[in-house]
Design a binder for this molecule. Structure first.
Ligand SMILES: [Zn+2]
Ligand SMILES: [Zn+2]
Length: 183
């Protein structure tokens, strides 16, 4: 399998981690396959964590999209979980052709084997070890409100960088914002 990555706004060090992960998957599952995968870190994907696109009956070219916002909000672990999920689709289709479409049983076995994540519906009871709760469309865990100007921002994680190196347009440090925990 050959691949290329369009990195978008993703930092170079994170792209290295992603590259290592794809190389590992390639070595274990797709080496020697006549397949090309275009991986795009997509800043416009704000409703879904990832997707894979292909032409029906032609399992040689795949486009994988990974949400940049997923990384921004949930970090590299969630990003790799989604990346592995999308590659599990590629592997399943490479191995089974038209029979490897969708979230079937062979997909789930591969997804688990590569360490990919699944939503509640797909994981069910059998694959609950693969379950993830990290979704870009999900309401953020934290709502932060500026005590001076009322500016409001949502965050899934409160990182030191975000709290201590960001300043509101009114001049208030984000660390001074009121914190509302949504769940
Ligand atoms: Zn899927
Ligand atoms: Zn403010």
């Amino acid at each position: 399998m050959r691949y290329q990555i369009s990195k978008g706004k993703m930092p170079a060090r994170e792209i290295e981690v992603i590259r290592d992960e794809i190389d590992k998957i390639n070595k274990e599952w797709l080496e020697g396959e006549n397949i090309f995968v275009n991986v795009k870190i997509n800043g416009k994907m704000t409703k879904t964590n990832g997707h894979v696109k292909y032409v029906i009956g032609e399992y040689k070219n795949f486009n994988i999209g990974i949400s940049y916002r997923l990384w921004k909000e949930f970090g590299i672990k969630a990003t790799l979980g989604t990346l592995r999920h999308e590659f599990a689709h590629v592997i399943n289709m490479a191995m089974n052709g038209d029979l490897g479409l969708g979230h079937n049983e062979s997909f789930k076995e591969i997804c688990r084997a590569v360490g990919g994540v699944m939503n509640k519906k797909h994981a069910g009871e059998k694959y609950k070890d693969c379950l993830t709760d990290d979704y870009v469309a999900r309401k953020p865990k934290w709502t932060l409100v500026c005590p001076k100007c009322g500016y409001t921002v949502g965050r899934h994680r409160l990182t030191k960088n975000f709290l201590h190196h960001r300043v509101c347009k009114c001049g208030t440090m984000v660390s001074k914002f009121e914190r509302i925990q949504n769940y």
